[in-house]
Design a protein around this ligand. Structure first.
Ligand code: 2AM
Ligand code: CA
Length: 267
């Protein structure tokens, strides 16, 4: 498998993402069936499910030996990252999809023996495609993403869902509240995948979530790495692709300072 051409495979994956996006846009013209999953803010629609099924069909037909992990339940009991694993969130930002029909993304990642090879995050309505292939840099619609530039923490903009500041189950509530006071501004776009892509492309200085799942950040990790950004849990440790948890992505100096001053120990 060492002679796999990941650039070529990235092109195939990109074509599938663009095709899936066309299905999603068409589906918006008719009534969408919405259900709540674990709680009222955790939504799934028939379009999430049919998009995941579309990817599963493509991957299992073209690459029968590969493994598949999707948000909406198509998972072949992926318990380790051996071999080639496709990790897909068919619609990241389902609440945006349902309520406002914009700012949602397809997130697709391919890992080989645990190493990120292809990461794609596609903002379906804006037509913005962020893509990285290991070692090749990160691109937005085919052009290198804007180079990241560091700013002092007080001049930084952080992506964060306001819910985490009032959520009792968040062990970092007080520290994050202080961070919110200290930075220049807070943004919440409602799609973790897009927010990670925005850090990688200099639109945000950092992004924090207290709880995400592997499909929310699998592609983001690969794109962030190509731009020199850091992404870890709140303890500064590498993220697991098999179980979720806290996520903090940032430009290197910003990441370092926030871990040191505000978080830094998983509780
Ligand atoms: P999703 O739309 O694919 O579920 C919203 O702040 C971000 O958090 C979205 O990227 C959303 O992904 C993600 N998220 C992950 N787990 C969630 C949960 N249990 N409830 C709501 N949003 C969740
Ligand atoms: Ca989703």
């Amino acid at each position: 498998m060492s002679n796999v051409n990941w650039i070529e495979r990235g092109e195939i994956a990109k074509q599938w993402v663009l095709e899936a996006a066309e299905h999603i846009k068409k589906a918006l013209a008719s009534k969408i069936h919405v259900e709540a999953k674990s709680n009222p803010d955790d939504l799934v629609t028939d379009v999430d499910r049919s998009t995941e099924a579309f990817f599963y069909e493509k991957v299992s037909t073209h690459f029968p030996s590969h493994h598949f992990l999707g948000e909406e339940g198509i998972s072949e009991n992926v318990e380790q990252m051996d071999g080639t694993v496709w990790i897909i969130d068919p619609i990241d930002g389902t609440m945006n999809f349902v309520h406002s029909q914009f700012k949602f993304a397809i997130s697709l990642a391919v890992y080989h023996e645990g190493i990120g090879k292809i990461g794609i995050i596609y903002d379906v309505m804006a037509g913005e495609l962020f893509q990285a292939i290991e070692g090749q840099g990160a691109f937005l619609n085919g052009k290198p993403v804007q180079k990241i530039t560091e700013r002092p923490l007080e001049e930084s903009i952080l992506g964060l869902n306001a819910r985490w500041i009032v959520e009792d189950r968040n062990p970092y509530r007080r520290e994050l509240a202080q961070l919110v006071r200290d930075v220049r501004g807070i943004r919440s776009y409602g799609s973790a995948a897009l927010e990670l892509a925005y850090v990688a492309s200099n639109r945000l200085d950092g992004y924090i979530s207290v709880k995400l799942s592997p499909w929310d950040y699998a592609a983001g990790i690969i794109i962030l790495k190509e731009t020199g950004c850091c992404v870890t849990n709140f303890n500064g440790e590498s993220l697991s692709l098999l179980k979720g948890g806290s996520v903090f992505a940032g430009k290197p100096a910003f990441h370092k300072e926030v871990i040191k001053r505000y978080v830094g120990r998983e509780r």
